[in-house]
Write a protein that binds this ligand. Structure first.
Ligand SMILES: Cc1cc2nc3c(=O)[nH]c(=O)nc-3n(C[C@H](O)[C@H](O)[C@H](O)COP(=O)(O)OP(=O)(O)OC[C@H]3O[C@@H](n4cnc5c(N)ncnc54)[C@H](O)[C@@H]3O)c2cc1C
Length: 427
């Protein structure tokens, strides 16, 4: 595919280290982390801070996975509201999960502050915009549950959301002031810098192709022929999971999320559209999410086709959504278009696995992994450092491939088409 068809808007920090791609064979470390995205780098940073020797191996360049391509919306919480979590996990585990979910945006902003990461950010909240009265009722229910737990959230009426977004036709919405926006590529690369300065070793262009048990250690082999030994291995490959660990790729449904960015907005429009700098997701079944970038563009994303895009026309549905929200943007050029992969699990929760002692895997970001993976990385590092598995926010579960996985993709495509039709009907 021509590079022009995946051209993200995000910026590398001014000084970016390059990470060696050659590895001297035969070394032994406490932990090898496979995958250099937010999950892998957060794990590496916290594990190195805990005194472990760590080697990150990334198949390509750092940030080339979802972590450097996403919308940069830092949203706390999971897909599920607190009462659902208690109902399904019981009071004790449910409350622990709620506390973890509530902390995931803090995990990002605390890291930016504590590690002095050079990451452009704004922390003025995330708006879940209700496109129907039913969606507004669901937002009120969510608001009640989080407010009961002291979260800094509130409901917005139609006039308030119109003033905050500059978009028309929303019935109201929900403002979660714990949330914010970052430049995700800068964040990923700065996490790598912090991990390296804490002592973690990082290598790009090192695809891991084989894992073998060798006594109490794992032998990790890369495509380039390098070998390392490690007490533990963490697979942080998420939606880009390959066949390294049999069955793992079949536990997730990878979907494409597409994004567009306008040219920098002219002053009049910039002050009318998202003047407070919030992030927004709407309440449609096939939702769109949007925000302004540091250089004043409107960045909007949503579900994209399952096949790789082949021309700018593959982003046309997002351009239509943009103009539906902001008719005044009809004449503003779309300058960037890109896409990445998101990993969904059937229960919409992240899955943590340890199929054999010292072999760990984390998959299933559900498109909300910036905060989630930052926070999970810290918990994973605690576990590597000798922590109790009960302190992991999600239970370690067996790897259970989705039945008829190959057909699931077709089912998802059909469901998306059906949901789009329902969304259009409710417009
Ligand atoms: C377009 C898009 C928009 C999104 N928007 C948001 C958002 O606004 N807010 C939000 O919270 N979340 C968002 N997400 C989700 C978020 O980006 C992810 O949840 C998060 O980045 C996952 O991080 P990760 O480190 O687990 O995986 P990744 O960043 O995908 O990293 C996995 C890495 O593993 C590497 N790898 C795979 N196999 C191997 C191997 N065999 N050897 C070595 N390396 C390997 C890959 O090259 C890749 O770099 C979005 C995702 C996409 C794609």
């Amino acid at each position: 595919m021509p590079a022009a068809f995946s051209d993200p808007v995000w910026c590398k920090p001014q000084t970016v280290a390059s990470y060696r791609s050659e590895l001297s064979g035969g070394g032994t470390v406490d932990a090898v982390v496979v995958g250099g995205g937010i999950m892998g780098l957060s794990t590496a940073l916290h594990a190195a801070r805990a005194g472990l020797s760590v080697q990150v191996l990334e198949a390509g360049a750092l940030g080339q996975g979802a972590s450097g391509l996403n919308g940069g919306q830092v949203i706390p919480g999971l897909k599920y509201d607190p009462e659902w979590l208690i109902e399904h996990f019981g009071r004790e585990r449910g409350e622990a999960l709620i506390a973890f979910a509530a902390s995931t945006a803090d995990a990002v902003f605390d890291l930016i502050r504590d590690e002095k990461l050079a990451v452009p950010f704004t922390r003025n909240g995330w708006i879940q915009a209700a496109h129907t009265e039913t969606a507004l009722k669901a937002a009120a229910n969510r608001d009640r549950q989080w407010r009961a737990r002291g979260a800094d959230v509130r409901l917005l009426d139609g006039a308030e959301i119109a003033a905050m977004t500059g978009a028309k036709n929303y019935h109201g919405g929900w403002l979660d002031r714990r949330a914010g926006i970052i430049d995700p590529l800068a964040y990923t690369l700065e996490l790598a810098r912090a991990a390296a300065s804490a002592g973690a070793r990082i290598a790009e262009q090192q695809k891991v192709v084989k894992l073998d048990k060798e006594g109490a250690l794992w032998r990790v082999s890369t495509q380039s022929g390098a070998e390392l030994r490690a007490k533990s291995v963490v697979l942080a490959t998420n939606a880009y999971t390959d066949g390294l660990l049999p069955g793992l790729a079949r536990t997730i449904v990878p979907l494409h999320s597409f994004q567009i960015a306008t040219a920098p907005l002219p002053a009049g429009l910039a002050s009318a559209i998202l003047p407070g700098g919030q992030a927004v997701s709407d309440s449609r079944r096939i939702l769109v999410y949007y925000r302004k970038s540091g250089d004043g563009r409107l960045v909007l994303g949503g579900r994209g086709r399952m096949a790789l895009p082949s021309s700018a026309a593959d982003w046309a549905h997002l351009e239509r959504a943009l103009v539906r929200l902001y008719p005044a943007l009809a004449d503003v050029a779309i300058e960037k278009r890109w896409f990445g992969r998101v990993a969904m699990t059937p229960d919409h929760l992240p899955h943590l696995h340890e199929p054999e002692k010292g072999l760990l895997a984390v998959v299933g970001c559900q498109g909300r992994g910036v905060g989630l993976m930052s926070a999970l990385g810290r918990r994973m590092a605690d576990y590597l450092a000798g922590g109790d598995p009960g302190q992991l926010p999600f239970p370690l579960s067996p790897i259970r491939p989705i039945p008829f996985h190959a057909f699931r993709q077709i089912g998802v495509a059909a469901t998306i088409a059906w949901y789009r039709a329902l969304d259009a009907f409710e417009r």
